[in-house]
Every structure is written in C-alpha cells, then in structure tokens.
Design a protein around this ligand. Structure first.
Ligand code: FES
Length: 89
C-alpha cells in the first residue's frame, strides 16, 4: 500500500509478534479484514500488522491510532472492533 492510499485513513494495527500471533491474532487477521469489508470501512481504515509491541503479557494486542487494546482474545475481538468503529465512524 503506498503513502497516498493511506492518506486520511485511521490506522489499525495488529501485533503479529509470536506471542500475540499464537494467542489469537493469527485468526484475528481474517476476522478483522472481514469486519472492515462488511462495514465498508476500506476507505477509512488502514489495517496492517506489526512486530512485537513489547506488551506480550497483555496480549493479544490491537492498536487503533494512539490507543492500545490489550487481551483482545476471540471473545472480545468483535466487541473491541465495535467500540473502536462506533466511536469514530
Ligand atoms: S508479541 Fe505482541 S506484544 Fe509481544
């Protein structure tokens, strides 16, 4: 994705470090992609992965803009996404 296509988008980052990856973020990637598509947020959200955020003990980790969401396991994932996107959009 080039710089222009990120312009004016909110940044959603998923930690793909080994701890978060094995604790649920492996599956969360597709769930988040589906959520973004279902809610037609593609033009507003730049979703991508990152390396370890040094918060492994609080993982799985998601970050939206400046806010870090901890313990985003499969039970909480959709709740957290709703919280993020209802507030901003
Ligand atoms: S692997 Fe996600 S914070 Fe370390």
């Amino acid at each position: 994705m080039n710089q222009d296509s990120r312009k004016n988008k909110k940044e959603l980052i998923i930690c793909l470090g080994s701890a978060c990856f094995s604790r649920g973020n492996k599956n969360a990637v597709q769930i988040i992609k589906d959520y973004i598509k279902e809610h037609q947020l593609e033009d507003r959200v730049y979703f991508h992965g990152c390396h370890c955020m040094d918060k492994c003990q609080d993982g799985p980790i998601l970050k939206f803009e400046d806010k870090v969401y901890t313990q985003v396991n499969s039970d909480r994932l959709l709740y957290v996404l709703d919280e993020i996107f209802h507030k901003y959009f």
